[in-house]
Design a protein. Sequence first.
Length: 385
Amino acid sequence: MFDRPGGGDAAVLVSLDFGEPDYEESLQELRQLAISAGLDIRATVEGKRPKPDAKYFVGTGKAEELSATMKATESLVAVFNHDLSPSQQRNLERFLERRVADRTGLILDIFAQRAQSHEGKLQVELAQLEHLSTRLVRGWTHLERQKGGIGVRGGPGETQLELDRRMLRVRIKGLRGKLAKLKQQRGIQRRSRKRSQVMSVSLVGYTNAGKSTLFNRLTQSGVYVADQLFATLDTTSRKLFIPEGGPVVLSDTVGFIKHLPHALVEAFGATLEEAVQADLLLHVVDVASTNRDEQILQVNCVLSEIGADQVHQVLVLNQIDRTGMEPGLERDEYGRICKIRVSAKTGDGLHFVRQALAEHQRRLIEQSGIEKTSFEQPSQSSAVA
Ligand SMILES: Nc1nc2c(ncn2[C@@H]2O[C@H](COP(=O)(O)OP(=O)(O)OP(=O)(O)O)[C@@H](O)[C@H]2O)c(=O)[nH]1
Ligand SMILES: [Mg+2]
């Protein structure tokens, strides 16, 4: 969505306080999202309202202030910390004569930049088209006028719009078909893993919690780690061996965020299914975040949306090095490990994670009556000491 000729587009953030308790954190998160999208934040326009304005989301006065700020800072795009209706977005773009993105658009843009695998790219494209299809209504032609200038009157008419809609539907259908095939292949891989009695564990959690850092520590791999939101998009799986246990397949997955756009949850169904099908979830939390309880709730919310709330979960409180907490573990009333305090960065407390994996594996073996000897022998994959 954004062009980045030699650097990020200049942007103004817009955030309204409707009296929610986590207002400051949500604005901070928008900043991180904008930086992760590669935007150059020039200013932030804030305001307070009891409820959104129907036409511009912000009031007319605030829209004028925004327009002046954008001109003064030579900004090309306004990024709203909210979800705008298609007509609000349109009205704002007309009024400001500049591009307007909402939170969902921003997240979709980050995903589009990060997508690496064939499947990831298809999933992002599907999500973008789904999002677009709700916006493709009569009157969208103002964007044509923006580029066109003199001589362009009204832009494409109804027929063009119908054509676009039909093309969009065909493309969406095609993408869905391709993704369904890939999903089938994943299913086959997963079943063969199940047959070979390999326990599968998925790392899940809020974006930037440290999932990939923990993944790299445990499997001695080099998955991309960065202080940015949605650094990981594609699921990576590696086999690892725990002392006194059999092999485990550990998967690093895409991070979650508050109000994860619905189109993304749907499009990423196959990737997220890794979590649904796992034998165990390691729910990684940035324990130093002031918003950690809210983040845990949000992650559990998405997990239940995709049907992964039945999978046993161990809460991994990560980044204890930033808090002065000691590494350790807690058990639930059934004696199962339910909480671990670690630092994926320093490696403190990692043996507790391995212990949790080994104990869960033992339980699975007891439950299914499978002999441990039926486990495969270590191969070339990363052995964990
Ligand atoms: N101090 C400290 N920093 C950590 C720790 N674990 C991860 N980090 C940092 O937190 C940032 C995010 O880490 P990632 O491993 O990329 O987080 P993630 O959960 O995979 O994030 P996404 O893929 O974006 O969802 C990086 O800058 C890491 O270096 C930790 O235990 N302590
Ligand atoms: Mg990651």
